[in-house]
Design a binder for this molecule. Structure first.
Ligand SMILES: Cc1ncc(COP(=O)(O)O)c(C=O)c1O
Length: 465
């Protein structure tokens, strides 16, 4: 019989394993190895219950853009909670923070985006977008336009519609997804899909051409929208080749297909701009933007859909009631916190600092890391970066799946005091936007140690000589 756990930490972990169903976590693995308990955070650092300091190079789940421990954000939410913690925005009512946040978002959004629909998270933002886009085409008397195209390996959330919209095979394998009228093209991943001798520009045009082919195959009269992330995040930090996004935009325009930018990760400074679509390497004008995460730096849940002029006019002028909404749409405490977050991003000139200093430095240091014998092909944009682990770097031979190289490296990172995420054999980071040069140096140093440890573990397992 196993002994009853004694320490409070052990008891908590045992309670968690017994009663808490975790998102995206292998249940067997959780039983074998209890979860790491994170107890506090400050700046770019978090601490576990054994008081190990860990650099959070993933900003939680790509969201803690301003870092931990910001009393200004907490106080903004607290003030609102004491005044009016909750009221809804249904049936002709609003609240001051919801109205002010809507106006603030309209001010920083790309030109023409004047309206916002609030949700609680990125998944419900994308669900809302799907319903809104289809409703728009119904109002335009083109009700056949229902199909929404996105890309393989894209992550757009976990609700039925968002998981269908996403292109994650593991998600589609469960519960009969995708729902009808979602279609997926290949991602513009040159490392995987580029042809020998093919230039970046040629690959960009070929990859964008997959959208044109798909729209023609389905019939443009049935296609409602195409959805992309400016940089594909959870898919492995896939930065599109130069010219891809612009080519996609012109294909959408040619077929009158709406273009949606999912900015749940790329928004609010992740790429050094308010929205990723404004980065010169992307440079598109989407019809709709979905957002979440960084709008509150993850301190409270909030998401939404920013609506451009064309869709906005149709919805406002002809719609009557859009039969859609959430109890927490425009939650006043979350909106108050988001306003404080936007204020800090703007007044502390965080975006300029990312553009001019931190992001170029991060990319340079990732290029240094790629000299490690195990890792290569550094990629990234703004405050996102990726490396690929190779069994044979010279020939780019990947490890077999059974080697679990990415997971070994993810664990080695945690043990070395830095959070990195593994997407297959791609190791990715997205540090807080307030990371300093010194913080980045420490992250890179610890990732270097973790790569050494991963190499040793792979040798022990017989996967490397
Ligand atoms: C691009 C993108 N869209 C949507 C989502 C879903 O957001 P949420 O987890 O807030 O529902 C995510 C989450 O990681 C994301 O990365």
């Amino acid at each position: 019989m196993s002994e009853a756990p004694k320490r409070p930490l052990d008891r908590l972990q045992a309670a968690d394993v017994a009663h808490h169903l975790h998102p995206f976590t292998d249940a067997d693995e959780l039983r074998r190895r209890p979860p790491r308990l994170i107890v506090r955070g400050q700046g770019v650092r978090i601490w576990d219950a054994d008081d190990h300091e860990i650099l959070d190079a993933m900003s939680g789940l790509w969201c803690v853009n301003l870092g931990y421990g910001r009393t200004d954000l907490v106080e903004a939410a607290q003030r609102q909670m004491l005044r009016l913690p909750y009221y809804n925005t249904f049936f002709q009512t609003t609240t001051e923070p919801a109205a002010r946040l809507a106006a603030a978002l309209a001010r920083i959004a790309p030109p023409g985006m004047r309206q916002v629909f609030f949700t609680e998270c990125g998944s419900t933002a994308n669900d809302t977008m799907v319903r809104m886009v289809r409703h728009y085409w119904e109002l335009r008397r083109q009700p056949l336009r229902k199909v929404i195209i996105s890309r393989r390996n894209a992550y757009h959330g976990s609700t039925l519609a968002a998981a269908s919209l996403g292109g994650m095979a593991s998600m589609h394998a469960q519960g009969g997804l995708p729902l009808p009228d979602f279609s997926h093209i290949e991602q513009p991943h040159r490392l995987q899909l580029g042809l020998p001798g093919e230039s970046e520009q040629d690959f960009a045009l070929r990859a964008a051409g997959w959208l044109d082919e798909r729209i023609r195959a389905i019939g443009a009269e049935r296609v409602a929208a195409f959805v992309l992330e400016p940089v594909q995040g959870a898919g492995g930090v896939i930065v599109p080749p130069a010219g891809y996004a612009r080519a996609i935009e012109s294909i959408c325009r040619r077929h009158q297909v709406l273009l949606v930018s999912d900015e749940v990760i790329c928004g609010f400074g992740r790429l050094g701009y308010w929205f990723g679509c404004q980065h010169p390497a992307i440079d598109i004008e989407p019809d709709l933007i979905t957002f979440a995460k960084g709008v509150t730096s993850g301190y409270l849940p909030l998401g939404g859909v920013l609506v451009g002029a064309e869709v906005g006019e149709v919805l406002s002028a002809r719609a009557g009631e859009f039969a859609h909404g959430f109890t927490y749409s425009g939650h006043p405490s979350c909106c108050a916190l988001a306003l404080a977050n936007l204020h800090a991003l703007e007044h502390e000139q965080v975006l300029q600092q990312v553009r001019q200093v931190t992001a170029p430095y991060l990319q340079q240091r990732f290029a240094d890391l790629a000299r490690h014998p195990l890792a290569g092909d550094p990629e990234g944009l703004g405050m996102t970066a990726a490396l690929t682990l190779w069994q044979d770097k010279a020939t780019r031979r990947p490890f077999p799946d059974e080697a679990r190289a990415g997971l070994l490296c993810r664990d080695a990172c945690f043990d070395s005091g830095v959070v990195m995420r593994a997407v297959g054999q791609r190791m990715i980071i997205a540090p807080p936007l307030v990371s300093t040069i010194d913080d980045i140096d420490r992250m890179v140093e610890r990732i270097g140690i973790a790569l050494d440890r991963t190499q040793q573990a792979l040798r022990r397992g017989g996967w490397l000589r």
